[in-house]
Design a protein around this ligand. Structure first.
Ligand code: PHE
Length: 454
């Protein structure tokens, strides 16, 4: 067995896990990325494929990751080492933990910078600085933020400091206490925004755009993007679900908890679309604006809408809360790893890891200004690590985690963790999908991505 002792930390209830895991899953991926990629890839048909990917790949992989975590009750690298040794397999499986951890490390380094944009937009909107601004003025404000490394550093550093403080406080006193009020508040704000969009915006156009599939618009590329995004949005394969699973009380049903998390994550992505697109369409703006959709297109609408100043502020507060619960989860895993390896206290490990990732985050900060032409394969530092983490490391790690759970682990162990009997239909379905469909589908995505379809 591994030298690393099992963790004694536990969530106080099943709901604490669901809130923390949904907090990790719900974030920039749902509110910033999902609407803009749905916009770019034409809406309805893309949304349908995305929903299928969540159900067919996302849920079984999340079940695998959480069950590995609870079985091992250790952080990812130690977890694979312990389980593989126990199964009489090579200890090299610990490298799989490292792949996930590295992906999380890289995601955190750019995620904190973009979360910093959301933070920066709160005073920008609340102060009324954009009220009455024309589109050029709004675009210029976004460009000015990105062009200024000092501003970007200040905003992202605030995110780092807050995240370190929460992780340092521990599983129940830090993470659980934060998500208990972040997530409900975020959800209330989001629902309020959807109601505002329904009253003030073109709701019918948004519904049509999101839910009326036009399969002619579906391309191989959009299917690959939808699958890749299903991973990112559920925070899969980065060791987070494994770590959060390690804190799960023994009597909690993993399938039920996982389905709740996937449900909330999907609900928030769709609600975000319903908060954004009615306003976009009512103001004759383009849905396919790309990454600038919520930082440029939406503020253009807020600048002239009645109450736009406050609705806009609420929007970015909501985005910040969602992103913050995700940065907490990203820092948690790497912190626990450092703590186990070096025997450091939790606050010291959180500070140490936070500091290292903060240094790496300068790569992303500079990608938007002085380092915009420091490119490798035509990609800036930010684009490169996003590509590497989201398109290569996460799918690879997800595929191997599925293989580990469904092929290597003993049936009776996985069945026990899932709270099912190995003969039950639900267990057979999980096993079948995770053994065959998941590796096959993710394999196609990986080959598609690496061979440059994207
Ligand atoms: N799931 C988060 C989001 O949608 C992002 C994330 C990805 C977090 C990978 C952790 C790991 O915003």
């Amino acid at each position: 067995m591994s030298k690393v002792k099992p963790t004694v930390d536990r969530w106080s209830s099943r709901w604490a896990f669901v809130l923390a895991a949904a907090g990790s899953a719900i974030g920039l991926g749902n509110i910033w990325k999902f609407p803009y990629i749905a916009g770019e890839y034409g809406g309805g048909a893309f949304v349908l494929v995305y929903l299928l990917c969540i159900a067919v790949i996302g849920v079984p992989v999340m079940m695998s990751e959480v069950l590995i975590g609870r079985r091992a009750r250790r952080s990812p690298i130690a977890a694979f080492e312990a389980l593989a040794t126990d199964l009489g397999r090579t200890r090299r499986w610990r490298w799989l933990g490292l792949v996930g951890l590295s992906a999380g490390f890289l995601v955190m380094s750019f995620y904190a910078v973009i979360a910093g944009w959301a933070l920066a937009y709160i005073p920008k909107l609340a102060s009324g600085a954009l009220v009455g601004a024309n589109p050029d003025g709004v675009n210029a404000a976004f460009a000015a933020l990105k062009a200024d490394p000092l501003q970007l550093t200040i905003w992202s550093s605030l995110i780092f400091i807050a995240t370190i403080a929460v992780v340092a406080a521990g599983v129940q006193a830090g993470i659980e206490r934060s998500v208990r009020w972040f997530m409900p508040l975020m959800f209330l704000l989001l629902v309020g925004l959807v109601i505002f969009a329904a009253v003030e915006g073109d709701f019918t156009a948004a519904i049509k755009f999101l839910f009326a599939p036009n399969f002619g618009q579906l391309t191989i590329e959009s299917v690959l993007v939808a699958m890749g995004h299903a991973f990112f949005t559920l925070s899969l394969a980065a060791g987070i679900m494994l770590m959060y699973g390690a804190y799960l009380p023994a009597d909690t049903s993993i399938p039920r908890a996982v389905v709740s998390v996937a449900f909330f994550d999907t609900l928030v992505a769709l609600l975000a679309g319903l908060a954004i697109f009615p306003i976009v369409f009512a103001n004759d703006l383009a849905p396919g604006a790309g990454p600038g959709l919520i930082f440029q297109t939406l503020p253009i609408a807020f600048a002239t809408m009645p109450g736009g100043q406050w609705v806009g502020t609420a929007f970015f507060v909501m985005l910040l809360l969602a992103a913050f619960a995700s940065t907490i989860s990203l820092l948690e895993v790497v912190t626990v790893h450092l703590r186990e390896r070096l025997g450091w206290s939790r606050p010291r490990a959180a500070l140490g890891m936070g500091f290292i990732i903060w240094i790496v985050s300068f790569g992303t900060v500079f990608s938007f200004n002085i380092g915009a032409d420091w490119t490798v394969f035509g990609k800036t530092f930010f684009e490169l690590i996003d590509y590497l983490a989201s398109n290569i490391l996460l799918p690879t790690s997800g595929l191997l985690m599925a293989v580990f759970a469904a092929w290597l682990m003993r049936r009776q162990d996985t069945a026990e963790e899932l709270g099912l009997s190995a003969q039950q239909g639900a267990y057979r379905l999980w096993s079948l999908v995770t053994r065959w469909a998941v590796p096959l589908l993710i394999g196609c995505v990986l080959i598609g991505k690496i061979s440059g379809t994207i």
